[in-house]
Write a protein that binds this ligand. Structure first.
Ligand code: PHB
Length: 400
């Protein structure tokens, strides 16, 4: 299916818009296309985005000007399937006539829809997909999740002060490659030695043979990235079952490897695991405590929000900001200008904003350790590494 820009500017649509503008009593509905993963092995991650959106709509869905309504049109991309993502995005734009797009767990899917957002001028804000280079592909894309360099690079600097020899093990696709590169660059710059690196398939990963190989190499630390969800638990189990912890090999990584919604399933293997990340459900910031309490009320006391829930929540706040500032009449360029100025000092993660030069998220980063708190495993924040990190990959490699 080919997208035609004029299809979005049909004369009847223009007339309808001006009629609505002239009579504020009539409801004006902003349509948001929300793409997540509801089937296949990535459904656990997709559910996190879904919960963030549902919680926001329930608690704050009315924070709109009089007469303005939001309609969320939800689609299942079935996992890291760029072709499906592209098809449903085309349908959302052409058939459903969405004015805004959001969601997307998987970097390959976000990369696949980038040209569509540019061609149709429909702003997209990533709730998770974190491949650093996606935003270069379309001026109508922004991000409120994170990049892997934001956590892996400071972790590499910290790790070099603790360990001499590290092994890296990452999922074999763009986010994994970026995590690996960010960690290795910082670890080596700070005097560490990388004794081996493996990349593990995204589909049906079997972590056991990799863990055996890593154990045999006897590093001081294993740096890992996996795309959270069930893969985080499976990798943690393999690390425990193969006896790496007992062999004195410390498990460290981006916060994806100890994602909060899975942490209780990981068992005592997780104790002492060190990560750097922008969000922890255990954080005692007042905004986070209120957020976690609301989450417990909605989804149950034994459920904790993972970072993807918070990233979805913050993305909704940014989209609602853009809708409010335009009185519900969405102009793509104005939307992008508003997003570029977006800053929220009261996010559950701390302060989050968008870098106007790159449309990239600016995040806090925390050093965390998995500990038992009141009998439950928790990512306890030990230190704020930074309150505002721009993507180091872009800062180090794309700036003159
Ligand atoms: C991604 O595909 O961009 C991705 C997915 C899951 C993560 C991190 C990044 O935990």
């Amino acid at each position: 299916m080919k997208l035609r820009a004029p299809a979005r500017a049909l004369i009847p649509t223009l007339i309808a818009t001006s009629v609505l503008a002239a009579s504020p009593a009539l409801a004006q509905t902003v349509k948001i296309g929300f793409i997540s993963t509801y089937s296949g092995p990535g459904a656990a991650q997709g559910d996190q985005l879904d919960r963030g959106v549902k919680l926001f709509m329930k608690l704050r869905g009315n924070e709109l000007p009089p007469g303005v309504k939001v309609e969320i049109i939800t689609r299942d991309d079935t996992g890291a399937n760029p072709d499906v993502a592209k098809r449903i995005t085309q349908e959302l734009i052409v058939r459903d006539k969405v004015q805004l797009l959001t969601g997307i767990v998987w970097t390959p899917n976000a990369a696949a829809i980038a040209p569509l957002t540019a061609e149709a001028k429909v702003p997209f804000v990533s709730m998770n997909a974190s491949g650093a280079l996606i935003l270069n592909q379309s001026p109508y894309m922004a991000r409120l999740s994170f990049t892997l360099w934001q956590s892996a690079y400071p972790l590499g600097q910290w790790a070099a002060k603790q360990y001499k020899r590290a092994y890296t093990a990452v999922t074999d696709y763009a986010p994994g490659h970026e995590a690996e590169e960010g960690f290795i660059r910082a670890f080596k710059e700070s005097g560490g030695e990388v004794v081996g690196s493996v990349r593990i398939p995204l589909a049906n990963p079997d972590f056991v043979p990799y863990m055996q190989r890593i154990k045999d190499a006897k590093p001081d630390a294993l740096f890992a990235f996996n795309p959270a969800g069930k893969s985080a638990t499976a990798m943690m189990k393999a690390y425990g079952d193969l006896g790496l912890a007992k062999a004195g090999i410390r498990y460290i990584g981006t916060g994806d490897i100890t994602t909060d919604e899975e942490l209780q399933n990981m068992g005592d293997e997780a104790l002492g695991v060190m990560t750097v990340h922008h969000y922890s459900a255990a954080a005692d910031r007042p905004a986070n405590k209120a957020f976690v309490a609301a989450y417990h009320k909605e989804f149950g006391d034994n459920q904790n929000p993972g970072f993807m829930v918070v990233d979805a929540w913050d993305t909704m706040d940014a989209l609602f900001t853009a809708i409010r500032e335009q009185g519900g009449k969405i102009d793509p360029d104005r939307t992008m200008d508003i997003l570029k100025r977006y800053r929220n000092t009261n996010s559950p993660r701390g302060t989050v904003s968008i870098d106007p030069a790159t449309r990239e998220v600016i995040n806090p980063e925390y050093l965390r350790e998995v500990r038992r708190v009141n009998g439950k495993l928790a990512n306890v924040e030990l230190e704020t590494i930074t309150t505002a990190i721009k993507d180091p990959l872009k800062e180090l490699t794309q700036k003159k």
